[in-house]
Write a protein that binds this ligand. Structure first.
Ligand code: TXA
Ligand code: MG
Length: 318
């Protein structure tokens, strides 16, 4: 960990400019939550709709009551168990959280990240950092310094290098409605793990174009190469007119001359490894000029559910 780099990032965000930060999930584009100007810059750089609120990153669980209120018991339990880590809680916001962070909602999304470099940065600061994922709106999220540089190199003053993100999928988001926990976004903590702590939880039904169902625009995480998520690879390959296809999944598909290269996310069929490889593989495939990607569904359990969620969104065609 390079202290100089952290000090430099601290100086730049303190001047109310945007800095890219590493987290254990994906890289973020970070700004002082109290700088309207810096937060506006994030929206502009990402081309993000203003009605899509940001996550507030705090340095310690002790800061939770500073920025939220009426914390449900189950929220506290989850924070105690999973912070620092890839869990975001959506809670009633305290008065000091500016409306421009939350798109005028009366709730705020908040988490303590576990990446050592970003935790060290937060400890240098007197304010939390608002940070969405460091990708242009709808594009695949960045999981390395290089991804961020390729997306935004000339648009932001500094990228704090924290190596490759260990989880490779965004945080799991849990909100509370009528005092009941509800899953807003599948993510780096499997829902089964959440349920071990607070019991069965419902899943928010997503409404395709309405970000009121939080951040759940159906089209999202999209590579430029058209992606087809299929139940039966052979059937797809027999019918398709594409001749230059990349395969993405867990298992080597049957030989087929239309598949020019196979990308296995984890040869040991390990969900954590597959999750960590997903975005970087999609970004890599995009540089290789295939006509299309054909992907298999993952087993629909644990992180397989989160991976399938991202593949479904990546495959969505307008
Ligand atoms: O892992 C992560 O969560 C990464 C890292 C950088 O922390 N951040 C991230 O941010 O994924 P973003 O902006 O790409 O996704 C945040 C999601 C959005 O879908 C947004 O709609 C939702 O959180 N969200 C934010 N505030 C909310 C609120 N008050 N109510 C409901 N959803 C909210
Ligand atoms: Mg995002």
């Amino acid at each position: 960990m390079n202290l100089e780099d952290i000090k430099k990032a601290a100086k730049i965000v303190s001047e109310n400019k945007v800095v890219a930060i590493p987290t254990e999930t994906v890289y973020g584009l970070a700004a002082n939550i109290f700088s309207k100007k810096a937060v506006a810059a994030i929206y502009k750089i990402k081309n993000r709709p203003l009605n899509n609120p940001l996550i507030v990153h705090i340095k310690d669980i002790k800061e939770l009551p500073k920025y939220t209120k009426n914390i449900p018991e189950k929220a506290q339990k989850l924070a105690d168990k999973f912070w620092p880590g890839p869990l975001t809680l959506v809670l009633p916001k305290a008065a000091n959280v500016p409306d421009y962070i939350t798109s005028n909602k009366d709730t705020v999304a908040i988490r303590v990240p576990s990446h050592k470099i970003t935790l060290a940065l937060l400890h240098e600061l007197e304010f939390p950092l608002a940070a969405p994922s460091a990708n242009p709106s709808n594009a695949v999220s960045a999981t390395s310094y290089k991804h961020v540089r390729d997306y935004f190199g000339n648009k932001i003053p500094y990228i704090l290098d924290g190596g490759e993100c260990s989880k490779g999928l965004e945080s799991t988001i849990i909100g509370f409605e009528n005092n009941k926990p509800i899953l807003y976004r599948l993510g780096a903590i499997a829902i089964e793990e959440i349920e071990k702590t607070i019991g069965k939880i419902d899943v928010k039904k997503t409404n395709i174009q309405n970000p009121e169902a939080p951040g759940m625009f159906l089209k999202h995480y999209s590579p430029k190469t058209p992606l087809y998520l299929v139940e039966n690879t052979n059937e797809f390959l027999n019918k398709t007119i594409y001749k230059n296809i990349a395969y993405l999944g867990f298992n080597l598909p049957n030989q087929n001359k239309k598949i020019k290269e196979s990308f296995l996310l984890s040869t040991e069929q390990n969900f954590e490894i597959a999750a960590a490889n997903l975005y970087k593989t999609l970004i890599k495939i995009d540089t290789l000029h295939f006509d299309a990607i054909v992907a298999d569904y993952f087993p629909n359990e644990n992180l397989g559910k989160s991976i399938n969620d991202r593949l479904i969104r990546a495959s969505y065609k307008n």
